[in-house]
Design a protein around this ligand. Sequence first.
Ligand SMILES: *[C@@H]1O[C@H](CO)[C@@H](O)[C@H](O)[C@H]1NC(C)=O
Ligand SMILES: *[C@@H]1O[C@H](CO)[C@@H](O)[C@H](O)[C@H]1NC(C)=O
Ligand SMILES: *[C@@H]1O[C@H](CO)[C@@H](O)[C@H](O)[C@H]1NC(C)=O
Length: 368
Amino acid sequence: MFHYSQTLLVLLVLSCVVNVFGQDMSVPYSSNFINYLGRFLPSPDSTYFSFSWTHSTISINATNITTISATLSGGKSSSRFLVVLDGEPQEPFVVGPEVDTYPLTPKGLSRDAFHTISLIKISEDQTQHKSKGASRFYSFVLSPGSKILPWLDERPSLHFIGDSDTAGWCSDGSPSTSDDFTTTQNSHTTWSSQLSESLNASLSQVTAVSGLGVLDSPIQPYLDNVLTYDSSTPYDWTTSPPSSVIILLGPNDDSSKSSKFKNAYRNLLDILVDRYSYMPNPPNIISVCGGSINGLDPCQLIESVTSDFNLKRSDRFKAYYTSIKTSTWKEINKLKNGYVGCDEHYNSKGHEALMSDILDDVVRFVYS
Ligand SMILES: *[C@@H]1O[C@H](CO)[C@@H](O)[C@H](O)[C@H]1NC(C)=O
Ligand SMILES: *[C@@H]1O[C@H](CO)[C@@H](O)[C@H](O)[C@H]1NC(C)=O
Ligand SMILES: *[C@@H]1O[C@H](CO)[C@@H](O)[C@H](O)[C@H]1NC(C)=O
């Protein structure tokens, strides 16, 4: 704690000095001009936001800007981040446990353009212990004369729930690389991220954890947490009402225990109904089948849970189901075909193939 507050003091002094001479412009985490997608927890001393779910996104809209940096920490086990400028991903980088200021300036900034700059945490919380693995965001520092504009986003917002395929595990790797997350995890290249782009939708929340499902290692208890592994940080589900919830779960469960699996999957859907019941127009609940390795195993069961869910309902919730084509799935799960990253998980090309197969259905469901 001493270390952090000391660093902060230095930072505060620095930003004041800088402002006095009109050189840099510090935009604190609490600024209304910063747009947050995902789950963020203010620190008790109001100096930073903690966040731990993959794909937590921090964005600004600015013009007359030539440089940008961010004051961050990556949690006990470090985290991998990515800057996206006007939709163009830059080179990912690793943020260590100490609070530090990272230059982010993306290629292609020009003074006269309006730019959207997003800083995305593309890896999971690898510490997996309470808030220890959580990243922290303190502030952006922009070049002198930068003008920040309000963030306006009218696009439909999507809440994704998934496992390693949605969290981007190994997506930047190859069958011959290790699975070190600091070089291979990338939630921006996943089927879910590519799907949001194709739908012109905003990826407003990603609650995905590698290795989890609905039955054997259930994700359900984590869904109520702001910080993935800290149950003392209850999430307020009213902060980000989605227009659709899109789920890809099941490959990590033993779906041969079919009735247990169906009950567990139904339990997840019922939790979503409960948490989003405050919405006058509840979100569409869309299940996708087609994960890597053994992704087709749970498909029939999930389809059957979906139709049962819709029987005799009067609460306006509706479930939808779509899946990858069996022929596509077989093609992209063969190691030699170029669709696989490390640990037999999809790379971005594999994710794209899954996304293309389900896109038409999901467009109909989301815009229904
Ligand atoms: C843009 O920033 C420069 C400083 O970098 C400043 O001199 C100029 O007045 C700014 N332009 C506008 C239109 O704000
Ligand atoms: C950024 O600001 C400009 C100018 O106000 C606006 O046209 C644009 O829609 C904004 N972009 C976002 C993502 O809010
Ligand atoms: C998304 O936007 C692009 C470009 O405006 C458009 O061509 C495409 O049809 C849109 N897709 C959907 C699903 O609305």
